[in-house]
Design a protein around this ligand. Structure first.
Ligand code: CTP
Ligand code: CA
Length: 226
């Protein structure tokens, strides 16, 4: 395949991607977050651009350079990510939610730094909104892809999330594989679609995985029978 053909795959398509962690503040000097680096989402943005798409990247706090030609919108909290994703959703063709969104945030964010006192301290947490599930509810023409992190029963939990959030595709990562340091020669992620495909991706770089996912999505969006 020539470079020219590659740039046609998502030509004229609008692609919206979320990446990275969110950060939920307790006070001006403390917050809850997770170890997401944003690399997967940035790889998706870079590869979508390489396939000819017009790419918007909604990014949590990460240490990565913006891929060339990609429009980047920075957010910090799950609530800010929610706002940006819903605002940009209506006119997109393909939406991929690879961000690691906090499921909970402190019920109260203090304006001033808390001072320590003797004894334990309990932080009361409240649920954030599930951005992906809301996009699934509002979905019209968009092809919607989610990610899932699981440590067991990868296929079953992945299928549940695909159905429950009304997705077209899902990438399920077995985080136990990676975390435990074994299984590096086995499949680390599973691609599943509403249309019934189930495909294990062998261990590969995030850019390779991103291109693989985008090519499969582009094919389904074009109406090709896979
Ligand atoms: N997600 C989201 N908003 C949230 C939580 C998750 O949009 N508040 C999205 C993530 O971006 C991801 C997908 O939902 O694409 C799955 O995230 P995951 O943490 O695996 O699943 P949850 O639905 O949060 O369920 P749980 O953490 O309990 O497994
Ligand atoms: Ca979660």
């Amino acid at each position: 395949e020539k470079e020219m053909d590659k740039q046609q795959l998502l030509k004229g398509k609008k692609v919206l991607i979320s990446a990275g962690p969110t950060r939920e503040k307790i006070d001006p000097v403390r917050y809850f977050t997770n170890p997401s680096t944003g690399k997967m989402g940035y790889a998706l943005a870079r590869q979508a651009k390489a396939l000819g798409a017009e790419v918007t990247l909604v990014s949590g706090p990460v240490n990565l350079a913006t891929p060339a030609g990609v429009t980047r919108i920075d957010v910090t909290t799950a609530e800010e990510m929610h706002e940006q994703m819903l605002t940009h959703f209506p006119d997109q063709d393909l939406v991929i939610k690879s961000a690691a969104v906090a499921d909970y945030r402190p019920r109260i964010t203090y304006d001033h730094k808390m001072k320590k006192s003797p004894g334990d301290y309990v932080v009361e947490m409240e649920r954030t909104r599930d951005i992906l599930a809301e996009l699934g509810e509002r979905k019209e023409h968009q092809y919607l892809i989610g990610f899932a992190a699981e440590t067991q029963e990868v296929e079953r939990y992945g299928r549940e999330k695909l159905d429950k959030k009304n997705l077209d595709g899902i990438v399920v990562n077995n985080v136990a594989d990676e975390g435990a340091g074994f299984g590096h020669d086995t499949n680390a992620s599973l691609w599943m679609t509403k249309s019934g495909q189930v495909e294990a991706f062998p261990l590969m770089s995030k850019d390779e995985l991103a291109e693989g996912i985008l090519r499969r999505a582009a094919k389904e969006m074009s109406g090709d029978v896979v």
